[in-house]
Design a protein around this ligand. Structure first.
Ligand code: SF4
Length: 349
């Protein structure tokens, strides 16, 4: 394995800036080379995301339609009934998702909500799906409860650099975010954490975000990179367009810095052309949200994703699992057939 593909937690701003400064093709080639040392380049992990409690969030994240601070016309919904969540998870599984993510617009989960949330985790897990939740800040006890219920991943985004953070959110601090990530790790869960580009941040802020993520004691297993979705009614509704090439650069640098993480092409995908998405996969993105809703922003129809996969000769991770299942079934059938054969010698008897 080349030195480029080794996991490091000591990235410096100068090194990361020099990655961003590479000619686009050189950066893409480097990112793809790193990617191939850790992943099947034609395979994409797919998750489905369900909003289990929508809107009226007390936080003031300036990009978010769910914040109670802004009037975005979003229909608020209380915590969804457990059975309804499980029904949606069943549908997601049938639709080919390998992971089911559940998101609630809370500052943190309340004690009265925890029993329901834990029941959801247990139920989704029983369906054979990987589980992921995003519920806001967690304390140590809540993290342990979720881990005991079988939660695989906890999503908690750092959003941007520490320096730019208070331009985007004032109701919590960067350290609050890092503390929750610490509790999640201590409880033994995997971390999904990334950020958003296109919020008016500088190039240094993009460097700063990736350094925070990559230099965590253990890098997040999943790194969603979102392109800002400008929602009417939020303070960022008139943000300037982000150059698609800058977005691809962000994915490529994330891939190089976090070579073993799934880099997720996340919000903003619905406005990207198929060609931009293909470039994103080339840059090392290997995870997408798959399904009709990405919390409350639109997501391209599943069919479009499948068609794009087909055109690119790519496949969702779940399809591999199914292929393995099919192979296993074939082996089992052949053993049964052999056992029925009078010449079969059963060594286990
Ligand atoms: S991003 Fe999350 S925490 Fe921030 S306002 Fe939206 S739902 Fe609340």
């Amino acid at each position: 394995m080349s030195n480029d593909a080794v996991v490091r937690n000591d990235w410096t701003p100068a090194e990361v800036k020099s990655l961003f400064a590479l000619p686009f093709m050189d950066l893409l080639f480097k990112a793809q080379s790193v990617h191939r040392q850790h992943f099947d380049p034609n395979q994409v992990q797919t998750s489905t995301l369900l909003s289990i409690k929508t809107g009226a969030c007390p936080e003031d994240c300036k990009y978010c339609p769910q914040s109670g601070h802004y009037n975005t016309g979003l229909k608020k919904e209380k915590l969804m009934a457990v059975e309804r969540v499980l029904e949606k998870a069943r549908q997601a599984k049938e639709g080919g998702a390998s992971r089911f993510c559940m998101g609630a617009a809370w500052k943190h989960p309340g004690e009265k909500d925890m029993p329901y949330v834990l029941e959801m985790v247990e139920g989704v897990k029983e369906l054979g799906l990987e589980t992921c939740m995003t519920l806001g800040m967690l304390n140590e006890h809540q993290s342990a409860q979720l881990a005991d219920a079988g939660l695989d991943y906890y999503n908690h985004n750092l959003d941007t650099s520490p320096e730019f953070y208070d331009k985007i959110i004032t109701t919590r601090s960067y350290q609050d975010r890092l503390d929750t990530l610490g509790h999640v790790r201590d409880a033994g869960m995997k971390i999904c954490s990334g950020g958003i580009v296109g919020m008016g941040e500088t190039a240094s802020d993009r460097v700063g975000l990736l350094i925070q993520l990559a230099n965590l004691p253990q890098q997040p297993e999943s790194v969603p990179i979102n392109m800002l979705v400008r929602v009417k009614g939020t303070p960022l509704e008139d943000s300037e367009d982000l150059d698609n090439f800058d977005f691809i650069r962000m994915l490529a640098v994330a891939r190089i810095m976090m070579p073993e993480s799934h880099v997720r092409l996340s919000a903003g995908r619905e406005t990207m052309s198929d060609e931009t998405q293909a470039l994103a996969f080339m840059a090392g993105a290997n995870s997408i949200f798959y399904g009709e809703c990405l919390l409350t922003t639109a997501n391209p129809e599943k069919n479009r994703d499948l068609q794009l996969f087909k055109r690119l000769g790519m496949r969702p991770e779940q399809a591999i699992d199914k292929a393995d299942d099919a192979a296993e079934t074939a082996i089992r059938q052949s053993i049964v057939k052999q056992q029925q054969d009078s010449l079969f010698y059963d060594a286990s008897a």
